[in-house]
Design a protein around this ligand. Structure first.
Ligand code: MN
Ligand code: MN
Length: 321
């Protein structure tokens, strides 16, 4: 097996120096094989309110310079246990949404071939649909944990079927996700109609709302989520607006009354015994951010996903380039 190349040494080169890759990890082209890939998907043509998530990947990478090699919460060294790489950005058409979806699916399918887990940095939530298509090709129907203030199971906007408000309706219709194994976490805010909830249930989702945190806390929430997803291969999608605007102001459709970043990290860590085949972190829109609050949260979340995936890598043969 090839020697693992980890982060640029922060004791030799200050962490604010040098070219930016996620967590100062090697680029994909710098190593022979990789176990886990981080990839940017700078696409935001599917938004319904504030645009700007196309700048998410570069802002998250910049914020990830601070990440260190040892994860004390999970007691592992993700960048030494596994070869983690920054696979750059997937080029996708900013004007033609169906074309962009197929480009994103192809790019992710190539990275995921041979079962390698991938963390995608969006981009708006539209990208979850091609990501689920790619993961489904490799792993079959998936359990889904979807962190979001919003349901994202609406049908169309201005008669358009592919937007950031509809990826999970399409995913359910296409059979990409298990109707008995999918859950939204952190839902809150106003809806168009009570029917939104009825439709959502028919599409196969249960809801853990933000108000539930006050009642049953992180442990109670986790119990419900883990029971729902079981041991089915899991896709985790995080819309950063699941966090309260105090914890993530830099996003397109903020809603009051959200999770803290501490709660979100705790729930994500609670998924560490599940087989997470892919994850995304979407809707980071740096133009509305302050002092990188939102991109720091996103970078730390990506680190937790990578740490969980690295803990699950030991049994998998290395993937070739
Ligand atoms: Mn949302
Ligand atoms: Mn969303």
């Amino acid at each position: 097996m090839n020697k693992i190349i980890g982060q640029v040494n922060g004791q030799e080169s200050p962490r604010y120096a040098g070219l930016t890759t996620f967590a100062r990890l090697p680029r994909r082209e710098d190593v022979e094989n990789f176990d886990i890939a981080v990839v940017g998907i700078p696409f935001d043509a599917g938004v319904t309110f504030r645009p700007g998530a196309r700048f998410g990947p570069s802002a998250i990478r910049e914020a990830s310079r601070l990440l260190r090699p040892y994860n004390p919460a999970l007691e592992n060294r993700p960048f030494s246990d596994s070869q983690v790489v920054d696979a750059g950005d997937i080029d996708c058409n900013p004007f033609d949404i169906p074309k962009a979806l197929s480009q994103i699916e192809a790019g992710l399918a190539e990275l995921m071939s041979n079962g390698a887990p991938v963390v995608s940095l969006g981009g708006d939530h539209t990208i979850a649909l091609p990501a689920l298509r790619a993961a489904h090709r490799e792993h079959g129907p998936l359990a889904l944990v979807h962190f979001d203030a919003h349901l994202d199971t609406w049908d169309t906007y201005f008669e358009m079927p592919y937007t950031h408000g509809s990826p999970f309706r399409r995913a359910s219709e296409e059979g990409l996700i298990r109707k008995d194994r999918s859950v939204h976490v952190g839902v809150r805010g106003s809806l168009y109609d009570e029917k939104d909830l009825i439709d959502d249930k028919e599409l196969g989702f249960t809801i853990v709302s933000c108000r539930d945190f006050d009642r049953i806390g992180v442990d109670g929430i986790l119990e419900r989520v883990l029971e729902r997803v079981g041991d089915t291969p899991l896709y985790v999608s995080v819309d950063i607006d699941v966090l309260d605007p105090a914890h993530a102001p830099g996003t397109g459709t903020p809603e009051a009354g959200g999770m803290t970043s501490r709660e979100l990290l705790a729930v994500v860590r609670g998924l560490r015994h599940n087989k997470i085949v892919a994850a995304d972190i979407v809707e980071v829109a740096p133009a509305y951010d302050h002092a990188a609050i939102t991109s720091v949260a996103a970078a730390n979340l990506a680190y937790e996903f990578i740490s969980i995936m690295a803990g699950q890598q030991k049994t998998r043969p290395p993937r070739s380039k």
